[in-house]
Design a protein around this ligand. Structure first.
Ligand SMILES: [Zn+2]
Length: 192
């Protein structure tokens, strides 16, 4: 049975690197993959998944209106897919998470989703909430805080490195950055 996988983490844990490596493992065996990323994320130019260590691949873009089941089914009919990989999966809608579950259950194609568990205020992203609820397999991609504990939280900081405590869940085109911290140090920064 094809499974829906959710690989979740904090920022800068190497999600995109892991995704591209998984895709490569399929392609190396002559198996076709289909890559997706969020239209919202234009850090590396439209329609690409790029990792911080220099790997990159073209990808299809999803926005909240995309019918991912229809697009994947059409592609699968033209060239049978061995795997679908979705980056920035925190931006999926509830409907799209169900569509990806249908890709597994009705098309028999495994779907690997990679995304952030929570936002800069420690709240679940919508896509991640539904993936945590529906995925067959959950795997945490781990990274560390400066103190050595596991970093599970994402602190948003401004250009001077000061914590940003309020604002929209997703800031587009600002100079804000994110720092992965353990919960204790995240709370200190958010209350400090
Ligand atoms: Zn810490």
């Amino acid at each position: 049975m094809a499974k829906l996988y959710f690989y979740y983490s904090s920022m800068n844990a190497g999600k995109s690197t892991t995704l591209l490596q998984s895709s490569f493992n399929y392609q190396e065996r002559g198996m076709a993959t289909m890559l997706w990323t969020a239209a919202i994320d234009d850090r590396y130019g439209h329609g690409r998944i790029a990792s911080r260590i220099g790997l990159e691949q073209p990808a299809h873009l999803f926005d909240p209106q995309s019918d991912m089941f229809a697009a994947i089914a059409a592609s699968h009919q033209a060239t049978p897919l061995s795997c679908v990989l979705v980056d920035e999966a925190q931006f999926l809608t509830r409907t799209q998470v169900w569509q990806l579950a249908a890709v597994c259950d009705r098309l028999g194609v495994p779907v690997l989703c990679y995304g952030l568990r929570t936002d800069f205020q420690g709240e679940l992203f919508d896509g991640s909430a539904h993936l945590l609820g529906l995925a067959d397999a959950l795997t945490e991609i781990k990274t560390v805080c400066d103190c050595g504990r596991k970093a599970t939280m994402n602190l948003r900081v401004d250009g001077q490195g000061r914590a940003i405590r309020q604002g929209a869940q997703t800031e587009i085109g600002g100079n804000d950055r994110y720092v992965a911290l353990c919960r204790r140090h995240f709370v200190e920064q958010m209350q400090g």
